[in-house]
Design a protein around this ligand. Structure first.
Ligand code: GDP
Ligand code: GDP
Length: 436
């Protein structure tokens, strides 16, 4: 189901990323410490009371070297296009500046709800500073302190109050939602077209729940699919749409609604740095993943070249060792038939539940095979494990002391679970908890 999106706009240094980090918090787990995936976050999930929503830090979207006023205008446009509610952040110690007024002008013209946060009001005495901000015309200014975490509750109450009714019913459980991501020109649009033009595919296109994605329904082999297509949306011709961070934002939004993400690579040009970054986003999001090597027609295709390319992919994307690799050509349709079955398998595994007793048999065998590690003379004791979630499959392992669960041991258990249950195409998560 689509979540509401909140964008934070404001001049540099007013505290956007401080507030963003406060809202988003940190979700730490053993698996997410996986080396190799770093990212500067500009889009993430947040929670207030019983509502989950997504937040964009527009400050994280570098919008060229234009003068400040131009950048502010572009940021405001991103916020207007991508969010349901805008938090306009100002610095309570500086008053209203010309750049603030510029942003206000653009925000007026949109019909998006705007909530103003006056940041850096670190103590009650400073609250008098907020009155002048009524002049902006967006209603009550909310005094906050990102640094001290003050006033955010009141601000969020107002923000949540503006969330639109989400009347798009929960997506059909049996439908597989997937998206295609990859750098420009890897063949995303071509692959979508090729899928849709295949025989025996029933296609119905409808405007997506958000303005920025076209959801295309298709039925193949008695399975309903929805393609969340972002590639077709690119050509709206605004300046900021050319920026990399902006296309990343688009990709993140599509990934979020997907069960399975196809990470496209280009066999002709080979693997680039940007590919790794893009794949990292899908991995971090915990979605099913398939690596699609497109333009396979440009390669002298045989067993040997396939093996060589596969080795390269495995080396460059070590954290995606669970993702199957599909070689195909969107253009000639060579090997296209291998794609849909791979998507189905990844989705099945992404939602798979394993019985607790079998899981524990696997864990006990693993313990017998590879004794638990010790730290400062203390040995890790594993008591039992249970699957706590799907999408992706997540397991809690109850132990005597979670600090003793070294990353490498967690990784070992993960591999044993994979060997036993075959979670091809999906990440799995393992959390160590202290048994009460
Ligand atoms: P951004 O450029 O809008 O993302 O701003 P940042 O979040 O990077 O913050 C800019 C500076 O303001 C940093 O030095 C922060 O530590 C500081 N800052 C952020 N929030 C507060 C606050 O509530 N009070 C004070 N005193 N400083 C803050
Ligand atoms: P996008 O930017 O990722 O959506 O990529 P496009 O679908 O627009 O494709 C970029 C270019 O690659 C176009 O010129 C396509 O014709 C070409 N292309 C896409 N798929 C294939 C393929 O399988 N083989 C070859 N040779 N070219 C392809």
């Amino acid at each position: 189901m689509r979540k509401s999106v909140v964008a934070i706009v404001g001049r540099p240094n007013v505290g956007k990323s401080t507030i963003f980090n406060r809202l988003v918090g940190e979700r730490i787990s053993i698996v997410e410490d996986t080396p190799g995936v770093t990212r500067d976050r500009i889009y993430a999930e947040a929670e207030w009371l019983t509502t989950t929503f997504n937040v964009i830090d527009t400050g994280g979207i570098e919008l060229s070297d234009e003068p400040l006023l131009v950048q502010m205008r572009q940021q405001a446009e991103v916020a207007i296009n991508e969010s349901d509610v805008i938090v306009f952040l100002l610095n309570g110690r500086e008053g209203i500046t010309a750049a603030d007024e510029e942003v206000a002008k653009i925000l007026y013209k949109s019909n998006k709800p705007v909530v103003i946060g006056i940041n850096k009001i670190d103590n009650p005495e400073m609250r008098d500073h907020i009155y002048e901000y009524y002049a902006l015309g967006f209603g009550e200014p909310h005094p906050i302190s990102g640094a001290h975490g003050l006033g955010l509750g009141d601000l969020l109450d107002t923000v949540v109050g503006y969330f639109p009714e989400m009347d798009d019913q929960d997506p059909d459980e049996d439908t597989i939602y997937f998206s295609l991501i990859g750098r420009p020109n890897v063949g995303k649009s071509s692959l979508v077209n090729s899928l849709l033009n295949e025989e025996r595919v029933i296609v119905s296109e409808q405007e997506g729940t958000t303005r920025d994605a076209i959801d295309t329904h298709l039925n193949k082999d008695d399975q309903e699919f929805v393609i969340i297509d972002t590639a077709g949306m690119r050509k709206r011709g605004k300046v900021y749409e050319a920026t990399e961070k902006y296309s990343v934002l688009r990709a993140l939004k599509a990934i979020e609604r997907s069960d399975v993400v196809l990470v496209l690579l280009d066999a002709e040009t080979g693997i680039r740095e940007q590919d790794k970054k893009i794949a990292g986003y899908a991995h971090d999001a915990g979605r099913g993943i398939i690596i699609v090597v497109n333009k396979w027609d440009t390669v002298d295709a045989n067993e040997k070249t396939m093996k060589e390319f596969e080795d390269k992919v495995r080396k460059q994307f070590q954290y995606l060792d669970y993702a199957p690799i599909v070689f195909l050509s969107a253009k000639t349709k060579k090997r296209m038939h291998t794609l849909i079955p791979a998507i189905k398998t990844a989705s099945e595994n992404h939602t798979k539940r394993v019985p607790t007793n079998v899981l524990n048999d696997v864990i006990m065998d693993a313990l017998a095979m590879n004794p638990t590690p010790t730290l400062k003379g203390k040995r890790l004791k594993v008591l039992y494990a249970t699957q706590v979630a799907v999408k992706p499959p997540s397991f809690v392992v109850f132990v005597n002391d979670p600090d003793l669960m070294h990353f490498s041991y967690s990784r070992f258990l993960e591999n044993r679970i994979r060997d036993a249950f075959g979670f091809i195409g999906t990440p799995i998560k393992i959390f160590a908890r202290k048994r009460q």
